[in-house]
Design a protein around this ligand. Structure first.
Ligand code: ZN
Length: 476
């Protein structure tokens, strides 16, 4: 039995989805040429004055309310001082003693993870290091002053698995509320972790380390697993742990010491004198609460109840807001939600992926899907025709029901036409017929497959099977 318990707290940074930066009007667009989205304020020139972006505060409040935090009645920005080349002011405008919101929680896997606080701050720029020896580094300040929220948990997480689940859940909520695009590759969602171990049953916490530089969910899990193992093995050897900051090295799959507590920064926080403190009054809180509305977990429960979907189907369909909206638009016009779910999660999801298209831009709109689902039910088209029509729709952008109509892809019910193909196929495949006569049932499936191919999948399956079996019976 494992004698140690792992204790983890997370600090999640999410860039807010504003058009402009936290304290100036510069664009926040990702990927532009270096230093094309800067001004004297975000470049940190002396004598400039920051102005709070109201939209950023609103998005941060949305996140806070969704995570059950209490918005502060008095909130203030603070200067956090440190020298770093990508931070031209030599301080970052953040929040310290008066954060935007405190005291929330998020339940994952039946456990409650308390959220200590959510505060706002500005992002720093980015250093670009040239690969060549003897070469120079340059700085890109486009990201400088992009609004961020930092979500800090209490040390309530007990495994790397829980940490990953928590992060995934935060990502889903922030994406749902359009608070952040949470693109980890572009750095919109980042996470640091504090981790310590203690003997099971102990009250006191062990010596913690802070892990940085984890750029994916997988990296978070692996880094925490590695660090827990490292700490436990050190303790077992009777060695003392050092309180330090460690970096995850994804190439070597290890954590490496970066700086110890003795070298840690004293940030000399003080209230930002250039910005007025602000209050979040009850009417503002009420307005934002109404904007937050239904969260993914609640929507999933409703999908299970209202549409009789399985837990799995409801989970997949509510993973993204756009997919959930799409499904609900379809379900409003069609009585069999399970069938819709199968098409959305199956063929449509695969086509969206292969065509790198968002569901909102799908050539197969909700009306189209409802139309073709009804045609399947009415026996006018087969599943294989729909597959073809969907593929062609994604290739050409033409609605699938139009493709079916124009190409005359509807099912063949005409028995004379079907019987003619049955006769032809049977004559071409004497061996399969012999096999069937010898009791090999699967020979029928083979013949059906051949006939379907000849009719481009359009033969009505029920008529085809019935008539084929009759025909085979008559053959001596
Ligand atoms: Zn600017």
């Amino acid at each position: 039995m494992e004698e140690h318990e792992i204790v983890i707290g997370l600090e999640v940074h999410a860039e807010l989805l504003t058009e402009s930066k936290m304290f100036c009007g510069c664009s926040t667009k990702f990927g532009s040429a270096p230093n094309t989205q800067i001004c004297p304020v975000c470049a940190g020139l002396p004598g400039t004055l920051p102005v709070i972006n109201g939209k950023a505060v609103e998005l941060a409040l949305k996140a806070a309310i969704a995570l059950k935090c209490r918005p502060a009645s008095f909130s203030r920005f603070a200067r956090k001082h440190y020298f770093y080349p990508d931070l031209p002011k030599n301080f970052q405008i953040s929040q310290f003693e008066e954060p935007l919101a405190e005291g929330g929680y998020l339940s994952i896997e039946g456990r409650t993870i308390r959220i200590k606080r959510i505060h706002m701050e500005e992002d720093a720029g980015k250093l670009l290091h040239s690969e060549d020896e003897g070469s120079f580094s340059s700085v890109d300040l486009n990201r400088s002053c992009v609004p961020l929220i930092e979500i800090v948990t209490e040390p309530d997480i007990r495994s790397s698995f829980e940490a990953e689940k928590f992060l995934a859940s935060i990502k889903r909520i922030l994406e749902y509320l359009e608070v952040s695009d949470c693109n980890m590759e572009e750095g919109s969602l980042r996470c640091d972790a504090n981790i310590s171990v203690r003997k099971k049953g102990d009250e006191a916490f062990g010596v913690k380390t802070e892990i940085k530089n984890m750029n994916s969910f997988k990296a978070v899990r692996k880094a925490l697993d590695y660090e827990a193992r490292r700490q436990i093995s050190q303790l077992k050897k009777g060695e003392k742990l050092r309180q330090e900051t460690r970096l995850w090295n994804d190439g070597l799959q290890i954590t490496e010491g970066m700086r110890s507590k003795e070298e840690a920064h004293d940030y000399r926080y003080f209230p930002e004198p250039d910005l007025v403190p602000f209050t979040v009054d009850s009417s503002w809180t009420e307005r934002i609460t109404a904007m937050v509305g239904e969260l993914p977990v609640q929507r999933k429960e409703r999908f299970i109840k209202d549409y009789s979907l399985s837990d799995y189907d409801a989970e997949v369909l509510t993973a993204g807001k756009d997919t959930a909206d799409y499904f609900e638009k379809c379900a409003a016009g069609y009585p069999n939600p399970k069938l819709l779910a199968n098409w959305i999660m199956g063929d449509i999801a695969a086509l969206l992926k292969s065509h790198k298209t968002d569901i909102c831009d799908s050539p197969v709109g909700p009306e189209s899907l409802v139309r073709i689902a009804s045609m399947i039910e009415e026996g006018k088209i087969t599943g294989s025709i729909v597959k073809k029509a969907l593929q062609e729709s994604f290739d050409t952008g033409i609605a699938p029901e139009k493709i079916i109509a124009e190409k005359n892809l509807a099912q063949i019910h005409n028995e004379d036409r079907i019987n003619a193909v049955i006769k032809e196929t049977v004559e071409e495949n004497p061996k399969a017929v012999q096999d069937y006569k010898n009791g090999k049932e699967q020979a029928v499936s083979f013949l059906i497959g051949q006939i379907m191919r000849k009719t481009s999948g359009q033969a009505n399956p029920a008529i085809l099977k019935k008539n084929l079996l009759e025909y085979l019976k008559e053959i001596k």
